[in-house]
Design a protein around this ligand. Structure first.
Ligand code: NAP
Length: 284
C-alpha cells in the first residue's frame, strides 16, 4: 500500500482563490479592502520568512496587508501601545503578532491585548475558550487547515481515534478541540508520555506537532492511518523536514501530508479566511 498524498499546496490555492472572490465582493460593498496587520519584533530569520509569506498571500488575494517591523529591543509597553492603536484602527480587520517574541516581552500579555474580534490567529483566551465551548469566533489557523485537509479526502472523523503528538496552545490543544467537536475520541501526547509508540499505533488519525525531525517512523503508525505532519524543522543541510519520517511512513499510512507543501500552505490560507471573516462581520 502507498499512502494517498494530501496536497496542501493545491488545497491552499483553491482556498485562497475562494478568499479572493470574497475579498473582491467585500471591497465592492464596503469601499475598502479587508486588512491584516502583521507585527514582527526582532530579526528571527524563520519569522521573517513566515510574515513575508503571510503579507504576500494577503496581497495576492486582493486584501490590504501591512507589515510592522519593530527592533528586537522593543519594550513590552511600546508593543502594547502599538496594539492599542491597531485595535482602534477601523481599517484593520485582523492583527497578528508573530511568535516567538523576544524574552523581555510577555507573549501572554501581548496576545491578551489584541482585541478578541481582530485576533485572527485565535490565540486570545476569549477565542480559545469559545473554541473549547463549541462556538469558535476564530479557529487557530494551523488546526483549522488540518481539519480542511481531513475533509478534503473524506476522512471519517466521527468515532475515529485521533492521536495528537504535541500539546501546545497554538497547535496541539486547539487541534484536539476541533477533532473532539467533530466526534473523534482524542488522545493528546506530550514529552512526558510514557510509551509514545503504543499511543500512536492506536491512531486512525495521527497528528504530529512536536518540532522533532522524523520523530514518527513506520513502526509507530497503524496501517491505513491518516498521518498529518505539522512539524517544520530545518535540518543541518538546510532542508526542511517534518516530524514524520515521510519515506518510511508512506508505505504504511492510508494518507499522508508532505513537508514542505502540506500543512504550512494551509495555515496561511486559513489566516486569509479568518481575516476575511473578520472583515465581513464588521460590515454587518
Ligand atoms: P511547541 O510549543 O514547542 O510544543 C511542542 C509540543 O510537543 C509540546 O507539547 C511538547 O511536550 C511536545 N513534545 C516535545 N517532545 C516530545 C516528544 N519527544 N514526544 C512527545 N511530545 C513531545 O511547538 P508548536 O509551536 O506546537 O510547534 C510544533 C511544530 O509544528 C514545530 O515544528 C513548528 O515549527 C511546527 N508548526 C508548523 C506550523 C505550520 O504552519 N505547518 C504552524 C505552527 C507550528 P510538553 O508539553 O511536555 O513540553
Amino acid at each position: 500500500m502507498t499512502a494517498q498524498l494530501i496536497d496542501g499546496l493545491a488545497l491552499a490555492q483553491q482556498t485562497r482563490a475562494q478568499v479572493a472572490q470574497r475579498a473582491a465582493a467585500f471591497e465592492q460593498k464596503s469601499g475598502r479592502k479587508a486588512g491584516l496587520t502583521v507585527v514582527l519584533v526582532g530579526e528571527n530569520p524563520a519569522s521573517q520568512v513566515y510574515v513575508r509569506n503571510k503579507v504576500k498571500a494577503c496581497e495576492a488575494a486582493g486584501m490590504k496587508s501591512e507589515l510592522i517591523m519593530l527592533p528586537a529591543d522593543t519594550s513590552q509597553a511600546a508593543l502594547l501601545t502599538k496594539i492599542d492603536q491597531l485595535n482602534a484602527d477601523t481599517s484593520v480587520d485582523g492583527i497578528l503578532v508573530q511568535l516567538p517574541l523576544p524574552s523581555q516581552i510577555d507573549s501572554h500579555r501581548v496576545i491578551e491585548a489584541i482585541a478578541a474580534d481582530k485576533d485572527v490567529d485565535g490565540f486570545h483566551v476569549a477565542n480559545a475558550g469559545a473554541l473549547m465551548t463549541g462556538a469558535p469566533q476564530f479557529t487557530p489557523c494551523t488546526p483549522y487547515g488540518v481539519m480542511k485537509m481531513l475533509e478534503s479526502i473524506g476522512t471519517p472523523i466521527r468515532g475515529a481515534h485521533a492521536v495528537i503528538v504535541g500539546a501546545s496552545n497554538i497547535v496541539g490543544k486547539p487541534m484536539a478541540m476541533l477533532l473532539l467537536a467533530a466526534g473523534a475520541t482524542v488522545t493528546i501526547c506530550n514529552s512526558k508520555t510514557r510509551d509514545l509508540p503504543a499511543m500512536t499505533r492506536q491512531a486512525d488519525i495521527l497528528v504530529a506537532a512536536v518540532g522533532r525531525p522524523k520523530l514518527i517512523d513506520a513502526s509507530m503508525v497503524k496501517p491505513g492511518a491518516v498521518v498529518i505532519d505539522v512539524g517544520i524543522n530545518r535540518l543541518d543541510d538546510g532542508k526542511l523536514a517534518g516530524d514524520v519520517d515521510f519515506e518510511s511512513v508512506k508505505p504504511v499510512a492510508g494518507a499522508i501530508t508532505p513537508v514542505p507543501g502540506g500543512v504550512g500552505p494551509m495555515t496561511i490560507a486559513m489566516l486569509l479566511v479568518n481575516t476575511m471573516e473578520s472583515a465581513e462581520r464588521r460590515l454587518v
